[in-house]
Every structure is written in C-alpha cells, then in structure tokens.
Design a protein around this ligand. Structure first.
Ligand code: PAF
Length: 281
C-alpha cells in the first residue's frame, strides 16, 4: 500500500492505473477509521480493480473550532487498518497541500437541499464539504466514489455537486453500519465516556420508535415525542429531529402513502455531536 501526500502524485498514480484499463474506487474519509469506513473500502474493492482512500481532516467544513481541534486523528492506526483491508493507495495530504492559498471555501448553490438540517444548523458546512470533495475528485479521478448514508444530506449534496460540475464519477451511497446495540458507527463515538457510550444507543431505539408510530402520529407529534424522550436522558440534548422527504429533504407536514419519509436526528451527548437517520415511513 502506497501513501501519497501530494495532489500531483496521486493524480499521476490514478491516471497510470486508468491507462492500464484498471477501474478505481475512491473512499474519501477524515480518518479515525471504523468498521463503517472499512465497509466502504470493502465494497470499493469488490466493485473496482484498485482502491484509493483519502485521509484528510478538512478544516473548512467545521464551523466550530473546538470540534475541529477535538476531531480524532490517528494516521498510524488508520494505515494499518487500510493495509489489512487490501487498500492500494492512500492520499493523506497536509492542510497546506489542499489549501495552498489559505483555508478558503468556494460558494455553491445546492438550492433547497442545504437550506435545512445540517445546512441550516452548520452555516458554511456544505460549502466546505463541496470545496474539499471537488478538490479531491480533481486529484483522484476515480470511476466510483463511496459515501455512507449516515451523512445522508452530504450524500445528496455530493450527487448535486457532481451533476452541477459535470464530474465524471459514479457516486455510490452505502448503508449505515451500526454497533451491535444499534449505535451508528462514527469517528466521534470514541470521544464518548463509558457512561455516555452506554446511553448512546437510545438515539437509534428512539428513531425505531418514531418509525413504528409514523402515520399513527403526525410529523409534529412525532417531533414532540422524540424531543421529550431524548431530552429526558442525562447529558442528551436534541438538536433536531426532522421527518423529511427522502429525495428533497424538505420537512413533511403529513405522512402520505406515495412519499418516502426519513427521520433525521442530531443529538448532543455531552460535547459530542451524534447524527443518525432511518426511513420512518
Ligand atoms: O464524510 C466525511 O468524512 C467528510 O465530510 C468528507 C466527505 C471526507 C469530506 O471531508
């Protein structure tokens, strides 16, 4: 497994593979890898001749300095995990390599997609994500790129980015990987104390409860129920629970047979921000 730090070099490597007729699958990450990331790497390996993973904690998508500072970083462990999975290439640039002219993000227009949830609650977040993903796709002209559905809104934003910018890459959305107790895997989980970790699966069980009651209860009633349940747990504070259309991400006012509705949730557990979603209707 080769580790590359420069954009020019990774691009040369990918172009050489493609010139040989080999297909390339790309998994963009911010490191602190867990089984969720590794499941993307495995899928990329099944569907492509070669796999490249990027590890880069992108400063421009954090709108909270403390969150950026505390984001877990462990390159040595990540490289061992990736090598065990048979990853071929790792792109692990420094901040200056990705942002030689300073940490600027481009401005994008994703329409209604970014007017809600993460877009509304983390101003500038998706411009930061799109900026780095566009730079990564330019450096790594892969055939397919793999993203987890835990960040479902991000997945739709990236699909929109690729369409708007005419980038020739297939975006593959992959199912959420959960711990045995239901907690969605996340790099942030490692920041939970033992007591917080024990409480965290309540987020998923609350989503399941919401799914079982959707239709019987209206979206507004469900939101009230979820808020009450989550906020009753020690150290848990609901940031939002939004029943929203699976394609447009717009909040729904009613549950209707022909509409796929997902429940999107963000919970702050102590100082750790946890995100999850499931189909609820
Ligand atoms: O999902 C992530 O880990 C990040 O948002 C991504 C896509 C690697 C961009 O920094």
């Amino acid at each position: 497994m080769k580790v590359v730090k420069k954009r020019e070099e990774i691009k040369r490597e990918i172009n050489e593979l493609k010139a040989k007729g080999l297909s390339v699958g790309f998994v963009p990450t911010m490191g602190a890898l867990h089984q969720g990331h590794l499941s993307l790497v495995r899928r990329a390996g099944k569907e492509n001749d070669r796999v490249v993973v990027s590890i880069f904690v992108n400063p421009t998508q954090f709108n909270n300095a403390e969150d950026l500072e505390k984001y877990p970083r462990d390159l040595a462990t990540d490289l061992n995990l990736l090598s065990d999975e048979g990853c071929d290439l790792v792109f692990a640039p420094e901040v200056e390599e990705m942002y030689p002219d300073g940490e600027e993000k481009a401005a994008y227009d994703f329409g209604l997609l970014t007017g809600v949830m993460e877009g509304a609650n983390r101003p500038g977040h998706f411009d930061g994500v799109a900026t780095v993903v566009e730079k990564l796709f330019e450096a790594i002209p892969a055939d397919r790129a793999y993203f987890g559905k835990k960040d479902y809104q991000q997945l739709l934003v990236i699909r929109s980015l690729v369409k708007q910018r005419n980038i020739d890459i297939e975006i593959v959305g992959c199912e959420i990987v959960r711990e045995a107790d239901g907690l969605a895997m996340s790099s942030r989980n490692r920041r939970l104390t033992a007591a917080q970790r024990a409480r965290a699966p309540f987020i998923y069980s609350t989503l399941q409860k919401a799914a079982s009651l959707a239709g019987q209860l209206s979206p507004v009633e469900l939101k009230e129920l979820v808020a009450k349940e989550i906020n009753s747990v020690e150290e848990m504070e609901l940031e939002y629970f939004e029943p929203a259309d699976a394609d447009t991400l717009q909040p729904v006012e009613t549950f209707e047979k022909n509409k796929n509705v997902m429940g999107f949730i963000v919970v702050n557990l102590g100082s750790v921000r946890l995100i999850d979603n499931i189909r609820i209707f």
